[in-house]
Design a protein around this ligand. Sequence first.
Ligand code: ARG
Length: 465
Amino acid sequence: MSMKLWGGRFATGSDQLFEQFSSSLGFDQRLLEADVVGSKAFASALEKVDILSSDERDCIRTACDEILKESQAPNYFDNVDDEDIHTFVIRKLAEKVGELAEKIHTGRSRNEQVATDLRIWLREEIRDDRVRLTEIMQSLLSFARREPSAVLPGYTHLRRAQPVLWAHYLLAYFEMFERDWERLGIAFDRTNVLPLGSGALAGSGFPFDRQEMAEELGFASISRNSLDAISDRDFAIDFLHAASVTMLHLSRLAEDWIIYSSEEFSFIELDDKITSGSSLMPQKKNPDAFELVRGKVGPVVGNLTALMMTMKGLPLAYNRDLQEDKIPVFDAADHLAGSLEITRLSIDTATINTAAMETAANESWSCATELAEVLARNGVPFHRAHQIVGTLVLESLRVKKQPQDWTAEQLQYIAPEFGTDAVEFLSAKKALENHKLPGGTAPSVVLKSLEQAEERLANMRDEQT
Ligand code: ARG
């Protein structure tokens, strides 16, 4: 039977089956560093209220540092059977400082400790994810700079719709990731609040300086209500929501690029570094990295649902159900971090086939809307203009003509309002030039958007450091 922090009230020990069932060390060992730095701050607080002498405080803090160092060793957690990471750290402390370790829990509960540990851990994770997101945003901007004039057919219903600049397409994802970065920032702020000093549920009976503990642990503020602080996990739900939306966005890019890199499209060439082959079909080059990103949305969104369901109907304040909070958080964090990193590498190593893209945009009557608008500008009611161009497309399909096969004279024969310049708009590159409103795909507008995105990204980076 393992050491307990609560044995006194029990006449007999717990069953081994229960011990195995209730132990969380298998997963909460990831909180070791957070638990140790929290214990260091708490030792200082105990010294301030005269529970520890300054020598005892130093002794505990030094032992904490040693534990941290030792924990780097592989197999550190082999053959241990403690109930959770907090019990494990106390046992390690006791091995180093003897009876003194028994004082560290004065006025402290594992309930507040685990809430604090998870916040410390998650804060770092969110910080790293935001950096990863800025790296992806940088990759998108660099790609846009490399290919400023490439054109592709924009799609609706996955049917060629209107031509857009490749840079404009990339900037669409920049916008999504920028909002994800903001959402993660909100989750960070909600996480960055210190529960320590809340006791088991009712606050502490010792006059700890909570503000000082917050400063040592880098928290922006202290929690305002002890019941809430030890028992809510909405900061983690905020993270899981932000992670889920980020994954949704990553999966949309993944899906686009899986399609665009297929033989049918051949717009994008994915690098060997992020693709894999088939054990049977020698010719295959599969977009596995993107498929995995797409696949991982399932577990991440599932983790959001899992934690919400764990929280549903929980009576105040702490309940052991809350131990289950860490599994979805860790799992989602791992999927998100991996997906962000592989997406960045995939973007950085991809190349585009500008000719194939432009041909697709030119061949597919993606200029039709533009032609109808030429007529409308020349006084034809739009409904009629739409009809005229629709008939032109139908006729072209019948006689197998491409848009570029039509001459100015032929167009004017169909409708004199086409004027002499309508033929120019039969090319995709020309067709998008009119889209000069803010947010549009005209090259001059996209260039400005690109510059503004670069500026915003620089500010995001500054904010991060
Ligand atoms: N391991 C627990 C958790 O993760 C913390 C311990 C609190 N246990 C308790 N019985 N009050 O939530």
